[in-house]
Design a protein around this ligand. Structure first.
Ligand code: GDP
Length: 368
């Protein structure tokens, strides 16, 4: 999916962060493709480039890209055995594109910790082991049915099964050691051969350290430990203070929010960092459309050709694609206006085979 699932042990601050995230929901009318459910938050993706383009073009409306966060409750010790909300939880987490793992790094004696004390290393282990166990079960099931696929009349199915066999065996060892599937180095064909198992630990993970107000500016010991774990896995880490984020979220205007951030000495809110990091895990890029009516950011899959990228706006644009008029937003920033971009010969016509770049500004021509 094109979304991030928020997971973490109970009482680490997931709901606090999720409520802050969804306190300024994106206007649904602009994003008809989005799901509307209580545990799903559609949020604007902060992008300085969009603001800069809007400043130059001066449109009536500015519409940011959006991304989706899903609050996935119910991850506790024993979830992989289907205890508690376990089964439901695993079903949800298999659907998401990437995972934001909230880790409690704040001390607060009034708030009970499920394991009795604040210990991010052990918390992370509990969760990662549950996820690895759930994947181990999926892999074991696949191994049990592999013979059937190996004997399939369909050559493609047989070939895929053949490629997957040694990988599945390596996966068992990895997962039994409590390590995520993504720690196994695999090439594109190998990943493709097992992709239909939807392994949870194959998805990218962002660690979200929920810290005390006092620790926002300097790194505390808990955060240092999380960073060590993340470095070994190749995962990213951000710090956030759930309490402060909910205070910021309660402020009415953008100006008030900015003043508050300045006051506490941070440049960007934790939520902004979390949204951008989450979006970046989804292997998506952004292009822009820029007209006097509307300047808008659009999300498309990395590697998409021009017609597919046009299809993000409307399926008619993909079907009737003729050509794309393209320049890069950096050219606009360097030269100052679209006419200067044209004069400098940076304004190009591109056809069906053009691979759209992150940061392109595009005007599509199409047949209806
Ligand atoms: P969840 O169970 O993971 O969804 O956790 P909640 O968001 O419900 O938070 C559990 C408790 O911790 C609540 O009482 C929150 O107010 C509190 N809490 C959340 N974030 C912070 C924080 O950054 N600092 C402090 N001191 N308390 C927090």
């Amino acid at each position: 999916g094109m979304n991030c699932g928020i997971v973490g042990l109970p009482n680490v601050g997931k709901s606090t962060i999720f409520s802050a995230l969804t306190s300024a929901p994106a206007e649904a009318a602009n994003y008809p493709f989005c799901t509307i459910e209580p545990n799903v938050g559609i949020v604007h993706v902060p992008d300085e480039r969009l603001e800069k383009i809007a400043k130059i073009v001066g449109p009536e409306k500015v519409i940011p890209a959006v991304t989706e966060f899903v609050d996935i409750a119910g991850l506790v010790k024993g979830a992989s055995k289907g205890e508690g909300l376990g089964n439901q939880f695993l079903g949800h987490i298999r659907q998401v594109g990437a995972i934001c793992h909230v880790v409690r790094c704040f001390e607060d004696n009034d708030i009970v910790h499920v394991a009795g004390k604040v210990d991010p290393v052990s918390d992370i282990e509990v969760i990662n082991i549950e996820l690895a166990l759930a994947d181990l079960e999926s892999v074991t099931k696949r191994i049990q049915t592999l013979d059937k696929y190996l004997k399939s009349q369909d050559k493609k199915v047989q070939q895929k099964a053949l490629i997957s066999k040694p990988i599945l065996e390596r996966l068992v060892k990895t997962l039994e050691a409590g390590l995520p599937a993504r720690s196994l180095p695999l090439d594109a064909d190998e990943i493709d051969a097992i992709s239909d198992i939807h392994l949870i630990t194959m998805k990218k993970m962002l660690y979200v350290c929920n810290v005390d107000e006092a620790n926002l500016l300097e790194e505390n010991e808990h955060v240092k430990k999380v960073k060590e774990i993340a470095a070994k896995e190749g995962s990213q880490v951000i710090t956030i203070c759930g309490k402060i984020e909910s205070e910021i979220a309660a402020l009415e205007s953008k100006e008030e929010k900015e003043a508050f951030l300045k006051d506490i000495g941070i440049e960007e809110s934790g939520l902004s960092k979390m949204i951008r990091a989450g979006y970046n895990m989804l292997d998506m890029y952004t292009y822009f459309t820029a007209g006097v009516k509307e300047v808008r950011a659009w999300t498309f899959p990395k590697g998409a050709k021009a017609p597919q990228a046009a299809g993000v706006i409307h399926s008619d644009f993909e079907r009737g694609f003729i050509k794309a008029e393209v320049y890069h937003c950096n050219d606009l920033f360097a030269l100052g206006s679209e006419s200067k971009v044209k004069e400098a010969g940076k304004f190009r016509m591109e056809g069906k085979e053009y691979e759209v770049k992150d940061g392109d500004v595009i005007h599509f021509k199409f047949n209806v």
